[in-house]
Design a protein around this ligand. Structure first.
Ligand code: AMP
Ligand code: FE
Ligand code: FE
Ligand code: ZN
Length: 281
């Protein structure tokens, strides 16, 4: 089977594989198309495009933007124009928000008695988009926790002692900037919104009115039942269907590149149908 992955992270944000390494791994696994969707940055994409063109792998330039909502809401943008100045300005602003928040989280951890510095976090991250996963990794490397997930559960998640809100775009702003950059806005991992089908439908209606074009129905932590529910909603709201693993390398070791719902390979037909639905071919 030909397969794909439309949701991946690199060292430009909180993945542990460089863009070239993700591309090479995809080629080794027999994957035919890959979207790079780092959090709040497009820094890794050029390198991925270059490596992809060398190895004959289709690379879709993407982004993942966290937006203001009661639960984690992430908006993916596909086929974005990397030269769009408005997009670049918005991403710079999001990086500013991160640069303001990271030292404050580190300070909180220091007050809690942890021997951790901002410098260590920045070195661990290496890339442009630095955040809680990197802070969690430093805590893990120093033996304070056994995993990054444990760092989130004990200290970094919402409501935990070192949690700090980060300024975010509204859904309208995020969808708007993706469209302005010529991209396709898609709701990422709807499961994270923790809504029943009716309420999720209402949110989708609201988001489609803002310009949302798709929903990530196939996803590594979605069950078959959940996936079916998202496919029904896609049909109802005329949304294109996307699928991705959310690969982060060893920062999320349980996620496998190219695998979506219940660990099943992400079929190339997802991408074919996605493009057909949006008249991209
Ligand atoms: P930030 O953008 O700095 O707020 O960090 C958010 C990112 O941390 C998410 O996009 C995930 O990749 C990661 N993350 C969130 N919750 C957890 C968790 N419980 N365990 C591991 N990683 C998480
Ligand atoms: Fe992440
Ligand atoms: Fe996400
Ligand atoms: Zn992601």
């Amino acid at each position: 089977m030909n397969y794909i992955d439309l949701h991946t992270h690199t060292t430009a944000s909180d993945g542990t594989f460089t863009p070239s390494e993700v591309v090479r791994l995809a080629v080794e696994l027999g994957i035919k198309a890959l979207a790079i969707t780092d959090h709040d940055t497009i820094d890794g994409i050029e390198e991925a495009l270059l490596e992809g063109s060398k190895l004959g792998l289709e690379i879709i330039p993407g982004i993942e933007i966290s937006v203001d909502f009661v639960k984690e809401m992430h908006i993916l943008g596909y086929f974005i124009d990397l030269n769009c100045l408005s997009l670049k300005a918005t991403l710079d602003k999001l990086q500013d928000f991160r640069r303001k928040r990271n030292p404050l989280i580190v300070q909180r951890l220091q007050k809690l008695g942890f021997n951790i510095t901002l410098q260590e976090v920045l070195e661990t991250a290496g890339g442009e988009s630095v955040g809680r996963p990197h802070i969690g990794k430093v805590l893990m490397d120093k033996g304070y926790v056994k995993s990054i997930s444990e760092a989130f559960e004990k200290y970094l998640a919402v409501g935990k002692p070192a949690y700090l809100e980060k300024e975010k775009l509204s859904p309208k702003e995020a969808i708007g900037i993706i469209i302005k950059a010529g991209g396709i806005p898609v709701l990422a991992h709807p499961k994270f919104l923790q809504l029943d089908e009716v309420s999720l439908g209402e949110i989708l209606l609201y988001l489609t009115n803002l310009g949302l074009k798709g929903i990530e129905a196939y996803y590594s932590t979605h069950s078959l039942e959940e996936t079916k529910q998202y496919l029904r909603l896609a049909e109802k709201y005329n949304l294109a269907v996307s699928g991705g693993s959310d690969f982060h390398g060893s920062n999320k070791p349980e996620i496998i590149l190219g695998r979506g719902t219940e660990g099943l390979p992400l079929d190339n037909r997802i991408l074919v149908n996605f493009k057909n639905h949006l008249n991209l071919v």
